[in-house]
Design a protein around this ligand. Structure first.
Ligand code: NCD
Ligand code: ZN
Length: 346
């Protein structure tokens, strides 16, 4: 017997597509299921000015499979030199949908990020004025703060003061990984949203470290204790409109992950919707998947829900996902949840 559910086509509110050969390889895995995605700007060099976003969007559109119904929602990478007028013009024209804040050094390709928040205050004021949302990588980067405490410390020492200083700024707490993040987002007003990744609903820090180091489970923010994972599942499956899907699918070639200094990022684009169906069913909340993956994100961004549909079918036998994907530059590992998944997505 098979069970099916039909959803509006979902969106991914945080996605790394990379560039060049990698872009060509990974893009079809997203366009197969998703109609829109917020495209992260952490290329080398980063997408800083409107012209960069325009050129990157053209490269994405050129890489699209012929039958795709996908719209990339572009972002600019906030630096201490960002020109607020260039940003405002890009937002007004519809070229960009949001701006991304990386604290300098927080994650992959974040060296151009913000060190001194005073230096971007005038840009954030401009964004508040024009209604442009700020996507925030919420981790402090100080050496003296333990990596597992960096999200909680960011909320207390950076995010909360920032939101109090500029309450009109629309902020997305990206890829939250802690109960602290859940609680802060839940208590925020209409100007605050939070994305949750697929992998943070599935793994805790034991998955990375017990029985040998598992580099394909290493991502940033790093997965936390089981109690935090459970808080994320509760938030995602609650129907609360502040929480929505941002996969943070972040492909790196295997030889960059399986290395003495392995890159952070989990590649979940190919199996995300199947995994989410599993997680939501497990939580007894399959009926909330529509809100999390299809409705809450568009509502926050003021966009319509997609009109096409995606059907999830529960099979009698486990779905077979590729464990590796070939790229012209080497292999890429698909996120392995560590359990059988019976939901297929089409
Ligand atoms: C991302 C990447 O590889 O670009 N890595 C990750 O672990 N999530 C960067 C990021 O979103 O932090
Ligand atoms: Zn990311």
């Amino acid at each position: 017997m098979s069970t099916t559910i039909t959803l509006p086509r979902p969106d991914d509110w945080h996605l790394h597509l990379r560039d060049g050969a990698m872009l060509n390889t990974v893009l079809p895995h997203t366009t197969r299921h998703f109609d829109r995605a917020i495209i992260m700007p952490n290329l080398v060099p980063p997408v800083v000015r409107a012209d960069d976003a325009c050129a990157y969007r053209d490269r994405i559109l050129a890489a699209m499979p012929a039958d795709a119904t996908f719209t990339p929602l572009m972002t600019l990478y906030l630096t201490e030199d960002t020109d607020p007028e260039d940003l405002a013009a890009a937002y007004a024209s519809g070229l960009i949908t949001a701006v991304k804040l990386y604290p300098a050094g927080a994650t992959t390709n974040s060296a151009s990020g913000v060190r001194n928040f005073e230096k971007v205050r005038h840009v954030l004021d401009k964004m508040a004025e024009i209604g442009c949302p700020l996507c925030v990588h919420g981790e402090v980067t100080h050496d003296d703060i333990d990596i597992f405490d960096r999200e909680a410390a960011f909320i207390e020492t950076v995010l909360d003061p920032l939101r109090r200083a500029i309450p009109e700024l629309r902020v997305i707490m990206e890829h939250i990984t802690t109960k602290n993040g859940v609680d802060y987002a839940r208590a925020g007003g209409d100007n605050l949203g939070a994305t949750i990744t697929t992998h943070h609903l599935i793994i805790n820090r034991n998955h990375i470290l017990v029985g040998g180091i598992k580099p394909h489970y290493y991502c940033l923010p790093v997965a936390k204790r089981e109690e935090h994972r459970q808080a994320l599942v509760k938030a995602a499956t609650s129907g609360d409109a502040r929480f929505f899907l941002g996969t943070d699918s972040a492909p790196h070639l295997d030889h960059h992950k399986e290395s003495a200094c392995g890159c952070a990022g989990c590649f979940t684009a190919p199996n995300t919707m199947s995994l989410l169906a599993h997680v939501f069913e497990d939580a007894g909340a399959l009926d909330q998947l529509r809100a999390f993956a299809c409705e809450n994100g568009p509502a926050f961004y003021g966009l319509p829900v997609n009109t096409g549909t995606l059907t999830l079918t529960k099979q009698d036998t486990p779905v077979k996902f590729p464990s590796k994907i070939e790229t012209p530059e080497g292999q890429l590992t698909v996120f392995d949840p560590g359990f059988d998944v019976f939901w297929s997505a089409e």
